[in-house]
Design a protein around this ligand. Sequence first.
Ligand code: HEC
Length: 162
Amino acid sequence: MSLSESKERAALLLIAILLTGCRAKVPGKTESAAVNWTKRHLTVGGKNDKNPVPAIPENIADGKQIFTSYCMVCHGLDGQNTGVPFAETMSPAVPSLASSQVQAYTDGQLKWIIENGIYPSGMPPSKGVFSDDDMWRMVLYIRHLPKQGSLGEPAIYGGSSK
Ligand code: HEC
């Protein structure tokens, strides 16, 4: 996918979010956040899949480029939600990809999450959108995230990306 195509996709996605995803809802009292989290993540597969793409600077930079042209709509340029106005109010909220909870996944699980998304949450599946290798490149970027805030805020939200 070219950069302009992925920008277009990101814009379409943003519209979809504004129409649907933004409606924050209060979690039901009977189901704790922990129970909900477990339910959504129980199905995460790919645990033993190894990343075939070597973690060399070139591949990490490619992963960063794809991430910051698409995933940044919800995860920010830095993968830590910087400048994403609705990250906290989405239900479930968008997690920091630098958090220990996310980093605890294996590479294979991260790839699985990117490929299949997490249902039913705002995390969309990328199957058919990106090649396998590009998804693995994004996994590399998630493993090498920059300091929080160091890339500025997404321009689509009026920020100045660095
Ligand atoms: C429409 C908004 C949106 C987009 C676009 C998006 N995500 Fe997410 N992402 C979410 C939300 C919401 C969650 C939290 C899901 C949950 O906890 O159930 C999430 C969670 C994740 C997680 C952690 C899952 C976990 O178990 O905590 C990873 C890794 C991730 N996203 C990677 C990506 C990558 C890589 C892309 C781009 C290919 C991307 N996301 C695009 C909204 C988005």
